[in-house]
Design a binder for this molecule. Structure first.
Ligand code: ADP
Length: 520
């Protein structure tokens, strides 16, 4: 279609391929639930549905002081968390950069760096804010008072065998450190601590989604789902042990009750049979370090949305016989794979929004770009597009005169398409979880389970979220709720209480370290 004299058809085609109809959303949700159930039934399925051995959620009364280490996002974080027992906590943290070399080199080098960072945190004072002498965490373990207990938030697929043990299954999000897959991540870290003679014991291993779930449960007094929409996307929810049939006749299965499951939902659609992908998605996937894996994540999360936008923009710039955007001019940044960060899309949409958040209007959608006439724009629209243009100049490296208001409108439109699709798909994941846990059902004729306990009750359904995308992308939550409404009905959607799990990884790891300490 890009090789066409009919410019409007090119825009219309792109627009159409990014839309998700109600029918598609319902089908995707059903497929999502099917993959949930497949993963709960056996190991080695695309959606890993990892049992976490976390058998309950906190209620806000927990107390103690713990160290937490968080690896899996853009930064490595070390924090000290004090749980006050009244739904509040205090936290002191330090971030450290993880270089590309560490991400892709030898695993021992990566884990030595983690240990060094903890060491630095415990010994160094930050210049701006002198740290009081480190309180020894209140660990009631006889004879080991000087050992600090640490919870590790490790946001990669791990086959967990206990609260404090788990084998690394695969790397995601640009990591590929060698000699790590198949090894126990807690042991790798503990060995690094021991090599450096640190008095730190890693007692708990948590995924960031589990952290979000636990910390939201602590601060809100309850929660059923923790979900991340940041560099990657993933979710963890509270499941009946009886439904996790792959636990077979293990001790955990015999105990029954509840267990948090880390879904690894980023892998939904690895079979490529469900999500309607566009050439822009396919190009991204082909050039990624993990083609065909983390398929859902590539439609939804911060690491990828900017690249999809870049692919659309570049295709329009490259279009023949005539460029359809920016007179065919590109910048070094746009010409570089991963050069366009998702935060640029966010900035573009914020520029369009202006100071006050407005309700969506017909202006938000695509005007017919081929009939675009600056002189016919309202003053308001002109001002909005001028702000978008300024953002493009600032963030994409164009000269002011290179960018027309029409270019600004097209780029804003492309960002909107991608973000809206991502948010609607995020709603699919939440809806699938509500249905799987018996709190909702799909529109009649689709789901094979009728909603059971909890469905009649009017109480809130807690969802703890974290990640820059849901925190900062304009209207992300509103659009996510749009698909929730379609999928589970407005009466359920209204009860869904979506709240940021602030500092989720730190507080969640601390809560998990507390649970592990109690079991010791
Ligand atoms: P992580 O998931 O790595 O812990 P974040 O939640 O901050 O960290 O997510 C980082 C991702 O979010 C990056 O991919 C980045 O492109 C994207 N991002 C950063 N800032 C914004 C923003 N203002 N709006 C939308 N996305 C953002």
């Amino acid at each position: 279609a890009l090789f066409s004299h009919d410019a409007q058809r090119v825009f219309d085609d792109i627009d159409r391929h990014f839309q998700l109809s109600k029918e598609t959303l319902v089908e995707l949700t059903q497929a999502f639930i099917d993959e949930y159930r497949l993963g709960l039934g056996s190991y080695g399925k695309p959606m890993a549905m990892i049992p976490t051995f976390v058998t309950g959620v906190p209620d806000g009364t927990e107390t103690g002081t713990f160290l937490a280490l968080d690896l899996g996002g853009t930064n490595l974080r070390v924090c000290e968390v004090v749980l006050n027992g009244d739904k509040t906590f205090s936290l002191r943290q330090q971030k450290y950069r993880v270089s590309e070399e560490l991400k892709t080199g030898e695993a021992t080098a990566l884990f030595d760096y983690l240990a060094d960072s903890v060491d630095a945190f415990l010994t160094e004072n930050t210049p701006s804010e002198p740290i009081p002498p480190m309180r020894v965490p209140t660990m009631p373990i006889p004879g080991s008072q000087d050992v600090v207990h640490l919870g590790l938030t490790f946001s990669f697929p791990v086959e967990q065998t206990a609260l404090g043990a788990g084998k690394i299954l695969t790397w995601t999000k640009g990591f590929s450190a060698k000699n790590a897959i198949g090894h126990d991540v807690v042991q790798l870290l503990q060995d690094a601590f021991d090599r450096k003679h640190l008095h730190v014991k890693c007692v708990a291993l948590v995924n960031d989604t589990v952290g979000a779930l636990l910390s939201r449960a602590y601060t809100a007094g309850g929660c059923i789902l923790g979900a991340i929409f940041g560099t990657g996307t993933n979710g963890a929810f509270v499941e009946q042990v009886a439904n996790i049939t792959k636990l077979g006749n293990s001790d955990a299965a015999a105990k029954g009750g509840l267990m948090v499951v880390n879904t690894e939902w980023g892998a939904f659609n690895n079979s490529r049979s469900h999500l309607p992908s566009t050439p822009f998605d396919n190009a991204l996937d082909r050039r990624s370090i993990n083609p065909r894996f983390q398929a859902f994540e590539k439609f939804v999360s911060g690491m990828y949305l900017g690249e999809i936008a870049r692919n659309i923009i570049m295709a329009l710039i490259d279009a023949a016989p005539k460029p359809l955007l920016l007179s065919g001019k590109f910048t070094p940044l746009l010409n570089t794979q991963w050069g366009l960060d998702t935060s640029v899309m966010s900035d573009i949409e914020n520029a369009w929004e202006g100071e006050k958040r407005t309700e969506p209007s017909s202006e938000d959608h695509m005007p017919p770009f081929t009939e675009f006439d600056e002189s016919k724009l309202s003053e308001n629209t002109k001002a909005r597009l001028q702000r978008v243009r300024t953002t493009m100049v600032q963030r994409l490296g164009y000269e002011d005169e290179d960018v027309t208001l029409r270019d600004a409108a097209i780029v804003k439109w492309a960002c909107g398409l991608i973000a809206r699709r991502a948010a609607l798909l995020s709603g699919v994941a939440v809806a699938a979880t509500l249905i799987q846990t018996g709190r909702a059902s799909l529109p009649a004729g689709h789901d094979n389970i009728t909603s059971s306990e909890g469905a009649e009750k009017e109480e809130k359904i807690g969802v703890g979220v974290d990640g820059s995308l849901i925190e900062h992308y304009p209207h992300f939550e509103r659009m996510m709720r749009e698909s929730l409404k379609i999928l589970v009905g407005e009466h359920i959607e209204k009860r869904v209480d979506i709240g940021m799990a602030k500092d989720g990884s730190g507080v969640g790891a601390a809560l998990c370290a507390l649970m592990a300490s109690k079991e010791m």
